[in-house]
Write a protein that binds this ligand. Structure first.
Ligand SMILES: Cc1cc2nc3c(=O)[nH]c(=O)nc-3n(C[C@H](O)[C@H](O)[C@H](O)COP(=O)(O)OP(=O)(O)OC[C@H]3O[C@@H](n4cnc5c(N)ncnc54)[C@H](O)[C@@H]3O)c2cc1C
Length: 158
């Protein structure tokens, strides 16, 4: 297995292509991680949620981490880790442009509806939509590729 680092532009390409990641936050020295949908644009991730543990925790500690990956096989995968900070876009006039922008990106792939549906399965009450952004501070990426011996074995099974 050959492991190589991704260039920044390769990290960006993966974030732009994928829509699902894992968001990790922490409070009182306890970690919490959940799968999320997101939309990417340079410097930012955007997400949609309803009030629950992850939002409450990110409100109390805005520093978070998001991981995304594309797995082809056990030895062929790409993974990006983003470190950044959480910003909520409340329903207030000064955030209306940010909300509109985030929502327009999330609506592109019906991510908005998907996040909403995920909530409704858990709670039949009227959810309060929460839109947020992640300011990307740092990003790293790794790629694993099969080495020559592994390729030969895979070709043999092909
Ligand atoms: C592919 C995918 C995409 C998703 N995209 C979104 C999205 O964009 N926005 C969104 O709000 N939600 C999304 N969800 C659901 C999300 O993962 C959480 O389940 C949900 O947001 C609730 O998180 P919360 O912290 O508010 O939990 P709460 O409702 O506060 O519940 C907390 C409790 O439920 C448990 N719990 C919560 N979520 C999960 C989980 N996924 N698996 C196991 N236990 C769990 C916690 O451990 C804790 O005990 C997605 C789920 C999947 C699988």
């Amino acid at each position: 297995m050959l492991i190589s680092r991704l260039k920044p532009e390769e990290c960006e390409q993966l974030l732009a292509r994928l829509r699902t990641g894992r968001l990790a936050c922490a409070r009182d020295n306890k970690p919490y991680i959940v799968p999320i949908y997101f939309a990417y644009e340079p410097g930012f991730l955007y997400g949609f949620a309803t009030l629950g543990r992850k939002i409450e925790w990110m409100r109390s500690n805005r520093f978070i981490c998001v991981q995304v990956d594309e797995v082809v096989s056990r030895n062929e995968w790409t993974s990006v880790i983003v470190n950044g900070w959480y910003e909520e876009f409340p329903e207030r006039p000064e955030f209306s442009e940010k909300r509109r922008h985030a929502r327009s990106l999330l609506e592109k792939d019906h991510l908005w509806q998907a996040g909403y549906a995920a909530y409704q399965v858990r709670d039949q009450r009227q959810p309060t939509p929460i839109l947020y952004g992640v300011h990307i501070e740092e990003m790293t990426g790794l790629r694993s590729s099969p080495d020559h011996a592994e390729r030969a074995i895979m070709a043999g099974f092909g």
